[in-house]
Design a protein. Sequence first.
Length: 700
Amino acid sequence: MSVLFETSLGDLVIDLEIESCPKTCENFLKLCKLYYYNLNAFFNVSKDFLAQAGDPTASGTGGECVWSLLDKSAPRYFKPELVPRLKHTHKGTVSMAIAPAIEVGPNRTIGGCGSQFFVTLGDGIDYLDGKHAVFGHVVEGLETLEKLNEVYVDADGRPFKDVRIRHVLVLDDPFPDPPGLVQPPASPTRPPDNSTRIAEDEDPLATLPEEEEERLLRLRAAEASALTLEMVGDLPFANVRPPENVLFVCKLNPVTRDEDLELIFSRFGVIMSCQVIRDKKTGDSLQYAFIEFDKREDAEQAYFKMQNVLVDDRRIWVDFSQSVAKLNNSWSNNPAMGPKGGRGKGARPGFAGRDDLEQTRRYRDADDDRRAGGYGMVFDVPGGERDSSRRRKRSRSRSKERDSHKDSRRNRSRSPMPPLSSTSTIMVSTTSYAFDAEDADIILLSTDNAMFRVHKCILAAASTFFQSMFTLPQKVTSGTHVPAAPISETSETVDALLRFVYPVENPDIHSLDKLNAVLAAACKYDFDSVVSALRKILVSPRFLEAHPTRVFAIASRYELEPEAQIASSHTLNVNVLDCPLSDDLKFITAHSYVRLLNLHRRRADAAQALLKVPDEVKCMQCNGHGLASSFAAPKWWKVWEEMAKKELAIRPTSDVIFSMGFLAKAVDGSGCGRCAGSVLASFGFLGDLKQRIDELPATI
């Protein structure tokens, strides 16, 4: 069970000893859940010794346990568990600070614990053993402890510059909430202590020139403006940057068309979209265009080669696009060519043709409804009121033969996805039972054009994503008009997702590919209940036994730590260095993969170290009593030990090496006729050895 501390110096992940110290861990977890530690300061830092926190007053005398916090009549302190095997051996040991005094027996008292705790900043601090209650260990964020160890402090050990716990996230809480515990709706915004120290975001040594300070102020104002634009939906995210594979071409001849530019620039690489921007009303060229390449290297080559080139008697100017409007679906005048596809390439994953982007939750109608004072839901379904006269009109200044040739080439290559309007002929299918309700008030449109007629109230109850989206101002429509929202999942994925949400039978997740697709959609749209159901299916025996490595990769990709631990134990039965290559491994971090490799290596080393034969294991022919080799191991053991070490290096589990077939091979390899009897006589020892290997740590 873990807790994540976000401090002003970095993050700390603490694993708790809930089995050995249940009372102490419950107190700590419930205080974290109540945001009790949020904005608390580390008020006592001793170099290479410890860093103390958990006192809201930052004086070392405050704090109380969670039961006293909930019920003022309860004692301020509680009796912690002092476990002898839990010692202050390593850096990152987390202990509750014990204050005097609670009577625990005749003539014996120990201190009680409230909320204060400390983290050791050095190894081997045995002075604290038995005096304070160890209940956890820092497993991630040792570099943060190094920074904390180097802070400047005053004579009392208080850092001159505040080091605070900005936020606490409980990753897993196995304990039920005590009576009266209600989690606050939001984290506190002001520190509980009235500190006069240097603020955590203040630089005490900053003596910048006036011009530099002005530049930083402008930069902060720009960041604030970007965040505001993200909140109102005009930017997909605040730190958006222009795409590196899109070129901006200007000073074009008004007669230059999309096809002309695409033909000229296509020699540098695959073009995903090429569009001359035109006036919406007249259709006349605005004499600039955007060209999106499949690869950044192709765009760079075109940038260097096409600068000042003569096109249709005009010297064009080429530069990298600095606009992020396309990322929010606003610069694409041609709906058939917008950010969801290009010439002959069809829809691309991600958002705006980029895998690393995801569409913002604020959907807008393709028409500029904001000028009219209203918002559109997404776009109209077939039969809507879109004015077809607003479509861009192409200039046809060339010969009819050339136009006919270009039109036929475009019709062959372009993905058949025209805009949904009253004149559209696109075939849209309707899904089967449960998702074609006549009283539906929202339509989900999948990538393969399947319509899911569903209800906003059900989606909003199951998903905070849709709940937020439906609270935005919407365009007033007629009673028969149902708005549609296009989503980037296939109909199979959407159908399975909705079957988890609606009160119908859950779908059959028969493959990891389908589970991965549905899990990705559930995480994307914040369907927490669906994610919980899929987590159970992910670690079902049929997947763990057949594909443990893939299950581990999927769990690691979506940061499902309990499932990753379960899957890691099942990977011990396979050779992880020789398993089939899976695309799921593309999406996990090197940290997750190294954790798995370290588990196999450490368990293999520990298991190999246990392979020691006792003196009482004898073979009457090769090392029996009275023989010169009576102090040596039997021949079958030597052969078996060598084979077992090789097997454990590949699969650090006891299932293979203690099987009858494996032992028979060792007997055959020994060449001794009496070794078989020695093996049978040693079954008690082999059973104990197998049990010790099975008790070794088996999860990451």
